[in-house]
Design a protein around this ligand. Structure first.
Ligand SMILES: C[S@@+](CC[C@H](N)C(=O)[O-])C[C@H]1O[C@@H](n2cnc3c(N)ncnc32)[C@H](O)[C@@H]1O
Length: 262
């Protein structure tokens, strides 16, 4: 379902955009040929030292990070996404890479089916969670993003690390200037009427149509504290070194966040 002019972006809009063939090809190509970014590998190695931990990956898409985790030696992986076309691609890739032990599910982070996700008897909560490449920020509405944070928190055990990324409205002078302009638009009611909140963007590029909420740092710190996560670390990608041209082509600057389940 494509959004009609002026109608607010909903989860259904975002899901349809990710199920669109253009997006499916884009993310599947990245899963097959790009793999983990250097920065992702550095942080996974640092904050997820236990290869035996059972990990939960939200918004796995076509499996780019999931297969990367498998290749790093993680064997207890559960990955889910609410775009069924992407999950099907991730399953096909896992089968081709001999990684059939990865458990893939079709699920929405804002309404997680706990019983389906935790299958162990007695139930053991996940030892870590990830929501990579800004997936959390593609959930429209702050309350919905908080619901996803709460759901992941309740599925993890105490002390479990949670790694995710967001954009950062303040990461450069150009970005700051563009948000000052956007603020004037919102103050005079001239923003794109499809947007839900200040900080939202809805644009079209080689990945197809993309909804993205761009937070400032304070917003994320407040939301982590409100949903049972203790902030541990955050860093801009460029501070972790230079990515390859292919990775920079695929993705913009972002901020990595690491939190611990309280
Ligand atoms: C930018 S893509 C990243 C995909 C993959 N992790 C990667 O890095 O290539 C973000 C992913 O988050 C998923 N996503 C967004 N909102 C979601 C939700 N509420 N529940 C589950 N998945 C969601 C999208 O379907 C999409 O696959």
């Amino acid at each position: 379902m494509k959004p009609t002019t002026g109608s607010k972006i909903t989860a259904e809009t975002v899901r349809a955009d990710f199920n669109d063939p253009q997006a499916v090809v884009h993310y599947t190509r990245a899963a097959h040929f790009l793999g983990l970014w250097k920065s992702e590998r550095v942080l996974i190695e640092r904050f997820f030292p236990d290869r035996n931990a059972s990990l939960l990956e939200a918004g796995c898409g076509s499996g780019r990070v999931t297969i990367g985790l498998w290749d790093l030696g993680f064997r207890r992986l559960t990955a889910f996404d609410f775009a069924e076309e992407l999950v099907a691609q991730a399953q096909a890739l896992a089968a081709a890479r001999d990684a059939k032990a990865i458990r893939f599910l079709h699920a929405d982070a804002t309404a997680l089916p706990e019983r389906q996700l935790i299958v162990d008897i007695p139930p053991t909560r996940f030892g870590g969670a990830l929501f990579m490449f800004n997936g959390l920020m593609q959930i429209p509405g702050r309350e919905n993003r908080r619901a996803a944070l709460r759901n992941l928190q309740s599925l993890c055990r105490d002390g479990a690390p949670f790694l995710f990324t967001t954009h950062d409205r303040d990461h450069s002078p150009v970005e700051r200037a563009s948000w000052r302009l956007e603020k004037l638009r919102w103050d005079s009611g001239k923003q794109d009427p499809r947007l839900v909140e200040f900080g939202d963007r809805y644009f079209e590029d080689e990945a197809g149509r993309t909804f993205m909420h761009l937070p400032d740092r304070t917003e994320i710190l407040v939301d982590l504290a409100a949903t049972g996560w203790r902030h541990e670390h955050d860093v801009l990608r460029r501070e972790l070194g230079r990515e390859s041209p292919a990775v920079r082509d695929f993705s913009d600057e972002c901020r990595f966040w690491v939190a611990r389940r309280t």
